[in-house]
Structure formats: C-alpha cells, structure tokens
Write a protein that binds this ligand. Structure first.
Ligand SMILES: [Zn+2]
Length: 571
C-alpha cells in the first residue's frame, strides 16, 4: 500500500506549529465565515475536520516522541507546551465553533444521515460540558497525568550488572529458578516502594482536580461527568455494577480453579508472590521471538495469511517507520496504537521483551491499527474517532482470531497449544482485574475526599472480592495495597477500563463466529471496522456479527464456551 497524506484544502500544506499564533487564523476564519447553502455548511464542516486532524496529529507526534524517551527534557517540554499553552487557547474557540455549528439552519437536514446525527450528538455533549473555568484545569490535568509515565518509565532494577526495565525484569518471574524469582521480585518491590508516596500524591491531586472539574460542570461527581464525556449513551453505571457482580460470581471461581490446579502441580498450598507467573510443569517461559524485528516480520506474515489486507497495513507502517516496539530504558510503560487522523497511518508503541504477552500486545495493537486503515477514508475526522467499546472490539478480536496463525511463532504443536491455553486463561483472568479497576474508580470518585489509608482499605477489600486468595503475601502486604499504582489508566485516562470487559465479550463472539466460518467472520469484522463511528455502538457490534451485551446470561454463555475450549486443550 502506498499512502500519502491527502492534499490539504484549508490548512497551509507547510504549516509548522510553534505556538498558538500559527493556528489562530484558522479558528477565526471558521468562526467568522458566512455561508448560506448546505454546500457551504458541508465545506465548513470539512475544513474544521481538516484542522482537527492536523492538530490531533501534531499532538500525537509530540506524545509519541515523549513516550519513547520520557527522560528527554526537550520532548517533554514540546508535549507539555501543546497541552498547557496551545490547548487552552483552542478550547474556548472549539466551544465557540460547536455553538456556531449547532445553530446552523442545515443541521436538521444533515442529521437525517446517521453518521452526522452521531457526530452532532457528541459535540452537543461537549458543548454542554464546556465551562470557561475548566479550561486551565484540563490543561493542568493533561500535563500532570504525564508525570505518571515519567515516574514509571524511570523505574528500573539492577540485576547481574544490568539495568532492567520493569517489563524486562518481569520476564524473570517466569524463570524456573525460585530463588532467582524471589530475588528479582524483591528488587522490583523495593523499587516500586520508592515511588509509592509520589504516586499516591499524584493520584490524590488528580482526583481533587477531576472532582472540581465535575462540580464546575454541574455534576455531583467526576464519575457522572465522565460517563457523559465518554459518550456512554448505551449503558449506565448500574449496568457496570451488575457486570462487576456477574464477573465475581461467574468468573472468579473459574480463575480460582485454574490457579488451584497450578498449585497442586507445584505441590503447594499457596503461591509466593513470585510464583504466580511460573509454568507449573517446569517448562521455560514461552518465547515466540528474540527481537522486535522478528516479532514484526512474523506478525506481518501471520496477518497476511489471515487476510492479505491486514498484512499490508502492518507492512505499510513498517515502511513508514510508524513502529517502536522494543523495551528500552526511559520508555514509558505499556503499549498503544495512536491513530494519526490526517495521514491515516497510525503509530504502534510497545515494550516488547520476547514474551508471549508481547505477541498478544502486538496483535492487539495491530487490530487497532487495521481499524485506523479501514476507517481512514471516512468523510470527517469525527467519524473516525470511535468510542473505546468499538476500538477494543477491533483489537481484542484480533488477539483471538489470530490464534489460528500462531504456528508461525510456535513450530512445535505442544508449545502452540500451550500458548493458546495461556491466551484463553488470560481472557478469564483479566476479567476480574477489569471489574476490580472499574469498581475502584467508581468508589474513588464517589468518595473524592478519602484518605490514602481508606484508599488502601478499599483496594484490599476489592482484591479480596476479585482475587483468588491463593497468594501468601507475608512480608509484602504493602504490595497488595498499592498494586493499583501499576495501572496507567487510573492516572492517564480515568474510567477507560470497563470497555475492555465489554469488548472482550464481543471479541469472544467474533472468535466463535470465526471458528464456524472464517471468511464470513473476517468480512463482518472488516465491515464493522470500516464504519468508524457512523453507526451506533450496538449497530457496529451487530455488523461484526455479535451482540452488544454484557449481561450475566450473555457472559455465562461465552465463559462456558471458553471453558469448553480449554477442556479440549487440556484433554
Ligand atoms: Zn487497546
């Protein structure tokens, strides 16, 4: 695929954004432009959309460069300048543009098209949430949230003369040598302890400011505000609570059973904290690849077999240098696919160390990337900006449907089986964690003035609800109370988490379909992704051939299916 940035019609092709003055004119042009006809309105919308794409892409590149090198002062300043100097200038004018747009006499005509109706609905919400006094608060929040990446990116341990990132160190927890595992775990815990206070302070401050933001906008708490801001039109907080309960009742016991099996194979009653990741049959950890390059080439090959278009997407990213895959000192933790709305070719960032977990992340992010490609030709930037329930359906489905091709990385049939088993067990194990993180956030923002001790207490009690209770934490009790500090979302993208659970159920459905009819499932998946956000979430799920449903009964039917597949793998 040869992809070039589409020609600009409104913004200067060689625009260089150094500061607000470089872009102010575009906002003023849009704000002051007179137009009578429907065509004029459409042109105005397209010009605004182009400006949106240019600015989003500018911010994206600044974020990407910073997260690759969090200790680089210059890159950090470049990102922080964007969120703390440029963004606050944009916000009121964006609001003014929303007001102007929503008053346009042609609005109702365009609303007859579902894509526009959804777009206007999203901006209607933005407009209703806008408060002048929140502009500077939002800027402070965006800047402050980045401290999380800087703090956790700087967490390393020294082992056998080498400086290891936490991701690299975690690989040792799969080593068969128990004393080595204990040593590395103890070092990791000690290093994390150094930042416990800083992360608590950071979180407390973020909570305080987020609560104020919500109060300013007329809400009782940040949760209720955020449900609106995230555009959660298709479910309520009660649905989330019911989902937590269903996971507790239906999934936690199965995870407990899996862990009990591992324990009995290990000949133990309880795990030590450094035992939970080790293979109970004495096998070395799965190692699908050695280098990031090997992972990428294998993934391209694998995706091409699944569907030639999928492989093409990754190949294009490779040629354009839109990938940074290996774990390095100073990189922010985690992995992401950042859509670049103007070029239409996204960027994948990861911390690969050669583990099965990395292969999982690679195909996950590839799913997001393919979504970007499939929706790049949609008319407006707003149509490409999909809600997370949809975004994660693309990525999580890819994790599961790619399993038929994992033989590219695992030549031996038994090892392949083991990798698939780990993946399916992972699907089950992550659901309680999703529920726990989500339940925690509800409590956090319902009780914004809680103390750090109360925060620990709540997290401990949730850990009792959603954990297996099979780990002996003696001597490491503090690690239980603070394990939430490892979850980036709490700091950087609050309330973005339950979507993984919702989408996981959708993805299981897509995978079930693919097992019955591969071609049809892939075609439905592509058709759904192509829609971007031009249909409602339930309609997009239906196009993908699945239900948008996270009720207990639907959860039960999907979990039963996973159990059945796991039993087959175990037999
Ligand atoms: Zn994702």
């Amino acid at each position: 695929m040869k992809i070039e940035r589409p020609p600009r019609k409104f913004v200067a092709p060689d625009l260089e954004i150094k500061g607000w003055e470089d872009i102010r004119g575009y906002f003023e042009n849009l704000l002051n432009r007179e137009g009578e006809s429907l065509e004029d309105f459409k042109t105005w919308l397209k010009d605004r959309s182009e400006l949106d794409a240019v600015l989003e892409e500018e911010q994206a590149w600044r974020y990407i460069r910073m997260s690759i090198d969090t200790q680089n002062e210059e890159l950090r300043t470049a990102y922080n300048d964007f969120v703390s100097k440029i963004q606050p200038e944009i916000a009121p004018l964006d609001h003014a543009l929303n007001v102007k747009m929503l008053e346009n006499p042609w609005l109702e005509t365009l609303k007859e098209e579902e894509s526009y109706a959804l777009y206007f609905r999203a901006l209607e919400v933005q407009k209703s949430l806008f408060r002048d006094e929140n502009v500077s608060l939002e800027a402070e929040l965006s800047e402050q949230a980045q401290q999380y990446g800087a703090l956790s990116g700087a967490q390393t341990i020294e082992h056998e003369g080498k400086n290891l990132t936490m991701q690299q160190a975690a690989q040792f927890l799969k080593n068969q040598d128990a004393s080595l595992r204990e040593e590395v775990f103890t070092k990791m815990a000690a290093r994390r302890r150094e930042d416990v206070v800083a992360l608590n302070d950071l979180y407390s401050d973020l909570i305080k400011k987020r609560h104020q933001l919500a109060i300013n906008a007329g809400f009782e708490n940040f949760r209720d505000y955020k449900f609106q801001a995230l555009g959660r039109f298709d479910y309520t907080k009660q649905d989330c609570f019911a989902f937590h309960d269903a996971i507790k009742t239906l999934v936690v016991p199965i995870v407990k059973e899996i862990q009990q099996n591992r324990l009995s194979k290990l000949g133990k009653d309880k795990f030590k904290p450094w035992d939970t990741e080790v293979d109970p049959e004495g096998k070395a950890p799965l190692q699908p690849f050695q280098s990031g390059a090997e992972m990428l080439d294998g993934t391209i090959e694998m995706l091409s077999t699944l569907d030639p278009y999928f492989g093409d997407c990754l190949q294009t990213m490779k040629e354009m240098g839109h990938l940074d895959l290996e774990s390095k000192n100073g990189k922010a933790p985690g992995g992401y696919n950042y859509p670049l709305y103007e070029t239409g070719v996204p960027f994948i960032f990861m911390n690969a160390v050669g583990a099965q977990r990395d292969l999982e992340t690679m195909v996950h992010e590839a799913g997001h990337a393919i979504h970007s490609f499939l929706s790049r030709d949609l008319e407006l930037t707003g149509f490409k900006n999909v809600p997370s329930e949809v975004a994660e359906l693309a990525s999580m489905s890819m994790e599961l449907i790619s399993m038929t091709e994992w033989g590219k990385f695992y030549k031996d049939a038994e090892t392949l089986k083991r990798a698939i088993k780990e993946q399916l067990e992972g699907v089950l194990k992550v659901l309680p964690w999703i529920a726990q993180i989500d339940a925690f956030q509800h409590w956090i923002y319902e009780n914004p003035s809680h103390s750090v001790e109360e925060r620990y207490e709540k997290w401990r009690s949730l850990s009792a609800d959603f954990g297996t209770g099979l780990v002996d934490w003696t001597g490491f009790e503090d690690q239980v109370a603070t394990s939430w500090q490892r979850q980036l979302h709490l700091f950087e993208v609050p309330f973005y988490y339950i979507e993984y659970g919702i989408a996981q159920l959708g993805a299981l459905g897509v995978w079930m379909n693919a097992k019955q009819n591969h071609d049809k499932a892939i075609n439905d998946y592509k058709a759904a992704l192509k829609l971007g956000y031009t249909r409602s979430i339930p309609d997009i799920y239906a196009t993908a051939g699945v239900k948008f449903d996270f009720s207990a009964s639907h959860l039960r039917s999907l979990i039963d299916f996973v159990k059945l597949e796991l039993d087959l793998l175990n037999s």
